[in-house]
Design a binder for this molecule. Structure first.
Ligand code: HEC
Length: 111
């Protein structure tokens, strides 16, 4: 194959595959950092999730009530109930881009 065409084909493949890669990253990130409470399925039906009353992310009504800014704030700064920390913040561990991807991933749980 012509070298130039090979490059174009390679780049096209990478560009087309990027969204899939991102999606896989968000899934991995969520399962690593968040699923212990929110559950791999987003329902929050883990022992920790039940104890802390994590929301059911598959619930359409709950999703509608969660604004993106509110989610960003929760992920960055954590969630507190009075003095008690329900969820610790991830602001020092995740980039804005990763947080955006996680929110998109959480949105995808909606039924
Ligand atoms: C220690 C358990 C725990 C971990 C780990 C955890 N969360 Fe939470 N999270 C909670 C609890 C409890 C709440 C408050 C109740 C609720 O809204 O689900 C909450 C709330 C949220 C909210 C706000 C929901 C709203 O009402 O606005 C978002 C968004 C969220 N978590 C995302 C994440 C993401 C993303 C991660 C991983 C980076 C994560 N959580 C890790 C327990 C946890």
């Amino acid at each position: 194959m012509n070298k130039k065409i090979a490059w174009v084909a390679l780049i096209a493949t990478l560009v087309a595959g990027a969204p899939l890669l991102f999606a896989a990253d968000a899934k991995e990130l969520f399962e690593k950092s968040c699923a212990s409470c929110h559950g791999k399925d987003g329902k929050g039906e883990t022992p920790a999730g039940k104890k802390l009353k994590a929301k059911d992310f598959t619930d359409a009504k709950g999703q509608a009530e969660m604004k993106d800014e509110q989610m960003i704030k929760a992920i960055k700064e954590g969630v507190k109930d009075g003095d008690k920390t329900k969820m610790k913040g991830f602001g020092d561990k995740l980039t804005d881009e990763e947080i955006k991807q996680l929110i998109a991933y959480i949105r995808s749980f909606k039924k």
